[in-house]
Every structure is written in structure tokens, then in C-alpha cells.
Design a protein around this ligand. Structure first.
Ligand code: ATP
Ligand code: MG
Length: 552
């Protein structure tokens, strides 16, 4: 596929042509504090994609500098998701492996008079920081001697102080118009066990200090991040320069991917999982990579979607229907076609001989004849969809109603002769007749019918569960609303986002395995759910219905 250009590519090309760089090294740097979501997929695709294109390398680096929120479970899931998306990292690194070096660089800053230990509390530091219109105030501890700072920082490391008692700050400029440069905190105390370093450390570097060092240590050339970090770029450059790092990575920002009708921050996703609004991080309603995978989205569809959404600096919210468009495109030729009845209504074909079974021929995918043929049993009792029958239909209803004739896909015309109801007046069965002349493929041209229904043979059908999904979040404006007014995004959770139906599938699907994908005639694309499928019953997640109004 032809790759579109974008502003990052242009920068990299110029850097290579001018000789500013002789290679390209990127990294994908997730914090292992949650599962990856489709926004991360954008970052993954950009970082790996650009390095690939220029013959460079990409590291997977866990930005694990906050022991309170991080966990091995997240590390494992992130590796699985990156690999599933189709990318192989060159180096696999943990920021925590650089703690000693980061500590030494902080000591270097102290020695240069560029960092100091501060006793102000977090609240006081915030107060002293000033605002966009007012300069900050210097901390009374700002002018401690280098010797005192060295000693205190060592005591911090050795566990002499409690959480929050002291921090290390970079000494830059309390009057800077860029608030990030007003003596940012670069180390804090946290007596906590780290998933990688255990209890070795009780001080941890802050993101703004750690990240540039991680990039420089790995020789990253282009450090790609999202636009919220634009104001931190001067600090990023300051850290690289003043810590006297050999490599000089360049930070470049691009716009985050946002999607309608969902939430994308890990904090919110975590809340939905913890408070059991969903069935785990891989719930098919979540925009997590593992949720999309379980729903049935493919790496190819996600890649095409991200490429189509484009790389720019601007803020945009992409319609989730665009993602659905790409999965339909991807599965069109790949997914076998089949029939499944989601809400069964039994039909007895009264003139079909009892005990007889025909095995009808059907293409596995008419758009991709190479996939071959399948056999579908047909006999006297079948299931159709409840809403393919109406006793008193409106005009232009071409499905079953008393006296009307329809085609059964791959089989015969049947005509509705009699409606059987239970004591409550509910329709429980239809009696129909079939016309043997009308067999599909026989070339019958005697008369036409307008409706074609899917169906499953009752004697051979396999029970199946179908899970249909609607957006989890009702109002696409909620992410903004969340912080602005007192409403939480939880107020926008759609209580009807999951519908579970019990129906039947063709018997030739008995060998379908977890994650196999099918197109059910008239219902859309479905994925065999890996979590709930059992020996006795397959569970299908609807990925997408067949049609959407979305146009690229
Ligand atoms: P969140 O805000 O959802 O918790 P994060 O930015 O804290 O995500 P990180 O683990 O720090 O998550 O992200 C790893 C990388 O993925 C970062 O470079 C980050 O900029 C990028 N990233 C995260 N969310 C998006 C998004 N929506 N679109 C594009 N890139 C993203
Ligand atoms: Mg983060």
C-alpha cells in the first residue's frame, strides 16, 4: 500500500538528507498502568511504521517510573497487544533499569547547581508556582548549598524521609512564561514496592525528567508523543542538555486519536473495569486492543483505520463508524458466510417427507470463490428469525405472513399456511408448504418472490449464543463534559450496550475455534468469543452489522 506523507515523515527525511541524523530510532513508551487502547495503536503504528520505512529501529520501552500504579499484568498484556498488532520491537527495555543512571544524572545536576532538595509540601509547591499571568515565587529552600543538597538527596535515596517530606527540583526559572520550567519536581519519595526493582528504591524520577533521559540512553532520534507534551519540550531539551547526555533525541508532537462514543483514558477504562460496568479489560465494548481483538477486529483493520485517520498536530474526534468500515473491508473476502438464527421461530414444512434430509450446496464466500463450497442440511423442520414473520404486516413487508411466499436462502420457496399460537396468543410455530420446483440453483423461473430469508435446519442445528453490542458511552461529548460540570462519564454509560440472544447455527460450524470470524447472512460479521465459548455452546460477538451509513 502506498504510504501517505505526513509532517513527521517530512522532518525525518530532512534530518537524514541534511546529515543531522544518520539513522532513525523510535520507541513506543507505554506506562504499564493499564491495558492499551486504540489511541496507543496510533502511537504504535506511527513509531514502528516510520522506523520501518526509513530502515530504522523501534524499542518497546516500559515507562515504569511510578510503582504505585504499575503491574506485571499490564506489562504482559502490552507485549501481547503490540505483537498482535503485527510489530516486532528491536529492544525491550524498562525505564526502571535506568534508575541508577538517572540518579547519577540528578546528582550531576545538583553538582552543577541546577537541582535542589525542597521541603515544601506538594500544595505549597503548587501555590508557589504562580499562574500564566503571575510569576512563581522561589522556595525558601532554593538556595541550599550544593553539599547540603547532595547529602539530603542521598538521604532521600536511603529512606530517611517519609513520602512527601522532600522532593528534588530542577533549578531553572520561577519566572519563566512556561510554567513547566518553574523548577519542576524531578524526584519524589515513594516507599512502595516496584514491579521490577522491588524495594531497592524509595525515590522515583518524575516523568518529565525520566522520559528524555530514557530516550537519550537508548539513542532514540525522534521521540514522538502527543500534543499535550508540547509545552514540556523546552524542559525535555533542558534535561538532555544539562544532564550532558551524548545522544540528543528530538521530541515531536502529534494529535491524539479520539473516538466518538467511548472513553479512552486509562483512568476511565480502569474505573469501568473495577466497578464492573464491563467484563474485564478485554470486554468487547471497550476500545482497548484486547477488547477490539475479542470483539473480532483485525490488526489489518486497525492499521488501515489509523492510517486513514492520518497524522497531524490538530485535535480531532474520529467517528467509530470509520473503524467499522475498515473491518468490513478486511473481512469481506476473508470471512466464511454462514447462516445463524438469533431469535428462533420454528417452521414445519408440512409437505416435506418426514425423516428425509437433503444436503444443499452453498458457496463459502460468493465474493471469494476460492474458499470453496459448504453443505447445508434441509429437512422438514427449520428455524427462521422471529422478526421475519408478521401476522398483520404493513405494506411492503416481503417476509413471511399468512398466505405469503418467500425464498429460503440456498433452498426452496416456502409459503405460510398456518400460524400456531400458545395459550397466551404468542406465535410459537408456523406451518408452511414448500415447492420442490423452486430449488435454489435449479434455474426455476416460474414466479418471483421478494423476500429471501436465512434459516437453520432444526434437526441438525447447533445451539449458539449471540452477543450484540451498542456503544458503551451514549454522549460523545462526555469526555469534555466530565471535567467541566459535575457529571461523571459514568452518567453516560449505556445500560443497553449488550444484548445476549440464544439461537442456532449451521452444523458445519462445529469446528469453529475461538477468534474465528464469520459473516452471518443478513446479520453482519461475528467473532467466536474466546472467553465464553464452551464445548457445548459457541458464543459469537457481533463485530459489526453489514451496513452503515458511513462514507469515507
Ligand atoms: P492515557 O492518557 O489514555 O492514560 P497515556 O498517554 O497516559 O494514556 P502512556 O502509556 O503514557 O498512556 O502512552 C504511551 C504512548 O501512547 C505515549 O507516547 C502516548 O502519547 C501515546 N498515546 C496515548 N494515548 C494516545 C492517543 N489517544 N492517541 C495517540 N497516542 C496516544
Ligand atoms: Mg501516562
Amino acid at each position: 500500500m502506498e504510504e501517505n506523507s505526513n509532517f513527521i515523515k517530512t522532518i525525518i527525511k530532512e534530518d537524514l538528507e541534511s546529515g543531522k541524523r544518520d539513522k532513525v530510532v523510535t520507541r513506543f513508551p507505554p506506562e504499564p498502568n493499564g491495558y492499551l487502547h486504540i489511541g496507543h495503536a496510533k502511537s504504535i503504528i506511527i513509531n514502528f511504521g516510520l522506523a520501518d520505512e526509513f530502515g530504522g529501529k523501534t524499542n518497546l520501552r516500559f515507562d515504569d517510573t511510578n510503582p504505585l500504579k504499575e503491574d506485571q499484568e499490564y506489562v504482559d498484556s502490552i507485549k501481547e497487544d503490540v505483537a498482535w498488532l503485527g510489530y516486532e520491537w528491536d529492544g525491550l527495555f524498562f525505564a526502571s533499569d535506568y534508575f541508577e543512571e538517572m540518579y547519577n544524572r540528578a546528582v550531576l545536576l545538583i553538582k552543577k547547581g541546577l537541582a535542589y532538595v525542597d521541603d515544601l509540601s506538594a500544595d505549597e509547591i503548587r501555590e508557589y508556582r504562580g499562574t500564566l499571568s503571575e510569576p512563581g515565587k522561589e522556595s525558601p529552600y532554593r538556595n541550599r548549598s550544593i553539599e547540603e543538597n547532595l547529602e539530603l538527596f542521598e538521604h532521600m535515596r536511603n529512606g530517611k524521609f517519609a513520602n512527601g517530606e522532600k522532593v528534588l527540583r530542577a533549578k531553572i526559572d520561577m519566572a519563566s512564561p512556561n510554567i513547566n520550567l518553574r523548577d519542576p519536581v524531578i524526584y519524589r519519595i515513594a516507599h512502595a514496592t516496584h514491579h521490577n526493582t522491588g524495594d531497592k528504591w524509595c525515590i522515583y524520577p518524575m516523568y518529565a525528567f525520566a522520559h528524555p533521559l530514557e530516550d537519550a540512553i537508548e539513542g532514540v532520534t525522534h521521540s514522538l508523543c502527543t500534543t499535550e507534551f508540547e509545552d514540556q519540550r523546552p524542559l525535555y531539551d533542558w534535561v538532555v542538555r544539562e544532564c550532558e547526555m551524548q545522544a540528543t533525541p528530538q521530541q515531536i508532537e502529534f494529535g491524539r486519536l479520539n473516538l466518538t462514543n467511548t472513553v479512552m483514558s486509562k483512568r476511565k477504562l480502569k474505573q469501568l473495569v473495577k466497578e464492573k460496568y464491563v467484563d474485564g479489560w478485554d470486554d468487547p465494548r471497550l476500545p482497548t486492543i484486547s477488547g477490539l481483538r475479542r470483539r473480532g477486529f483485525t490488526p489489518e483493520a486497525i492499521q488501515e483505520f489509523v492510517k486513514a485517520a492520518g497524522v497531524s498536530k490538530g485535535y480531532s474526534v474520529v467517528d467509530e463508524q470509520m473503524l467499522e468500515h475498515f473491518v468490513r473491508e478486511d473481512l469481506k473476502l476473508k470471512a466464511p458466510r454462514t447462516m445463524g438464527v438469533l431469535r428462533p421461530l420454528k417452521i414445519v414444512i408440512t409437505n416435506y417427507p418426514e425423516g428425509e434430509v437433503e444436503w444443499l450446496d452453498a458457496e463459502i464466500n460468493p465474493e471469494n470463490p476460492e474458499m470453496g463450497m459448504r453443505k447445508i442440511p434441509f429437512s422438514r423442520e427449520i428455524y427462521v428469525e422471529q422478526d421475519d414473520f408478521m401476522e398483520n404486516p404493513p405494506a411492503k413487508y416481503f417476509r413471511l405472513f399468512p398466505g405469503n411466499e418467500v425464498r429460503l436462502k440456498h433452498a426452496y420457496f416456502i409459503k405460510c399456511e398456518e400460524v400456531i399460537k400458545d395459550d397466551n396468543g404468542e406465535v410459537v410455530e408456523l406451518r408452511c408448504t414448500y415447492d420442490p420446483e423452486t430449488k435454489s440453483g435449479s434455474g426455476f423461473t416460474g414466479r418471483k418472490v421478494k423476500g429471501t430469508l436465512h434459516w437453520v435446519d432444526a434437526a441438525h442445528a447447533m445451539p449458539a449464543e449471540f452477543r450484540l453490542y451498542e456503544p458503551l458511552i451514549l454522549d460523545s461529548e462526555e469526555e469534555e463534559a466530565d471535567d467541566a460540570d459535575n457529571k461523571s462519564f459514568l452518567d453516560y454509560v449505556n445500560e443497553k450496550s449488550l444484548e445476549i440472544l440464544n439461537g442456532f447455527i449451521e452444523p458445519n460450524m462445529k469446528d469453529a475455534k475461538a477468534q474465528d470470524k464469520f459473516q452471518f447472512f443478513r446479520h453482519g460479521y461475528f467473532n467466536v468469543d474466546p472467553k465464553h465459548t464452551t464445548e457445548d455452546k459457541k458464543v459469537f460477538n457481533r463485530i459489526v452489522s453489514l451496513k452503515s451509513s458511513f462514507k469515507l
